[in-house]
Design a protein around this ligand. Structure first.
Ligand SMILES: NC(=O)c1ccc[n+]([C@@H]2O[C@H](COP(=O)([O-])OP(=O)(O)OC[C@H]3O[C@@H](n4cnc5c(N)ncnc54)[C@H](OP(=O)(O)O)[C@@H]3O)[C@@H](O)[C@H]2O)c1
Length: 335
């Protein structure tokens, strides 16, 4: 019987997480019983939502206990199985833990088979051809109902989700304005095809900058950040505009002190729909979404933007960079 490695929570982070909040811990290699599936992690995912699970507060999943492995999405390979539907050698994606090996069953949360197309890097199926792409599609199309010719604004536009939204919205014939923190990120957003990329950190007044780029207003705001950015954009929404609330990452590191949003009255003024969503609530649309993402990728119109780290032990550092706002593209660890 060997050992496995896990990344466990040693204490609850205050603000942006630091290395001392995590530890690499050995654990016995789990044995599999009837119906169990033993998986070796191949791609570990860093997601801002994980920051919410580290606080001792209700989220859409329970908090991670001190000493327990961190929860997160994992793409892995079946290496032993007592479930005929999941034979050895199958690749899968599931909500698991930051463990280099883990046991699941066929009813595991978010369990999906991954059939990588020949020549396509496996990690794309955790990124733009996986949950990231599906999130961009669901927010932009199913929730935001973006139409060709409309103006779409997306925040964190150089990030995992945002960079995919930029490309998807362009492919759908929208006019796209991407907001990103810093000149390097803004340049990335421009190269992805955005009509306008705004480095919001360099703007004395974000609303003025967006108004200049979209004088007739915003049809769809794909909100990744919430907070002051959301407040600045609310008065710029057009009649019957839509705000697809994907996340509010600007407040995850300090969830006790969310900034006040003062301009909500604008929802009434312009009869704007503002709707939060979770990607996997839209199960009925995911096959359609996946087909469009695959087709765009095959046509060269969707270029996955990735921030890759090597080795299982890199997970905490990669996550700290993500939550420090320093990353470009989807942050993943190849184990
Ligand atoms: N609803 C769903 O089903 C679902 C699924 C996946 C992700 N999400 C949400 O989508 C959003 C984007 O996630 P992602 O995985 O694509 O991450 P990401 O955009 O790759 O990374 C986060 C980016 O957010 C921006 N940011 C703004 N304020 C920040 C702060 N205080 N701390 C850290 N980052 C900050 C930074 O970009 P700038 O420097 O450009 O501001 C940062 O690079 C998050 O809100 C996440 O929770 C939702």
């Amino acid at each position: 019987m060997g050992t496995i490695r896990q990344i466990v929570l040693t204490r609850r982070p205050q603000g942006v997480p630091v290395p001392e909040d995590f530890a690499l811990a050995p654990a016995p290699m789990p044995e599999i019983g009837p119906g169990d599936i033993l998986v070796a992690m191949r791609v570990g995912s860093c997601d801002p939502a994980i920051r919410g699970f580290l606080d001792d507060r209700p989220s859409y999943l329970p908090p991670v206990a001190i000493g327990a492995p961190i929860n997160g999405m994992s793409l892995g390979e079946v290496i032993a199985s007592n479930d005929l539907a999941w034979p050895v050698g199958t690749f899968l994606r599931t909500f698991a833990t930051w463990s280099d090996h883990y046991v699941i069953r066929g009813d595991a949360l978010g369990l999906e088979r991954v059939d990588a197309a020949p020549g396509v890097p496996l990690q794309h199926y955790m990124g733009a051809l996986g949950p990231v792409g599906l999130t961009a599609w669901v927010g932009l199309i199913a929730v935001g109902r973006a139409q060709a010719g409309e103006t779409v604004v997306v925040s964190a536009a150089a990030g995992a989700t945002g960079s995919t939204v930029v490309q998807l919205a362009k492919a759908r014939g929208c006019r796209v304005i991407g907001l990103a923190g810093g000149p390097d990120k803004a340049e990335v957003v421009r190269r992805l095809g955005a009509d306008v990329a705004i480095d919001y950190r360099a703007e004395p007044d974000l609303a003025d900058a967006v108004r200049a780029a979209a004088p007739e207003g915003i049809d769809v705001y794909f909100d990744n950040v919430g907070g002051e950015t959301l407040d600045a954009l609310l008065p710029l929404m057009r009649l019957h505009g839509r705000i697809a609330v994907c996340g509010m990452v600007s407040q995850y590191n300090d969830a006790d002190n969310p900034p006040g949003v003062k301009n909500l009255w604008q929802l009434v003024v312009n009869r704007v729909t503002m709707r939060g969503f979770l990607t996997y609530d839209h199960a009925d649309r995911l096959a359609e979404a996946q087909a469009e993402l695959d087709a765009l990728y095959a046509a060269g119109a969707l270029r996955p933007l990735e921030n890759l780290h090597d080795g299982f032990a890199a997970l905490p550092g990669a996550f700290i960079d993500l939550m420090g706002g320093r990353t470009i593209g989807k942050t993943m660890v190849l184990t």
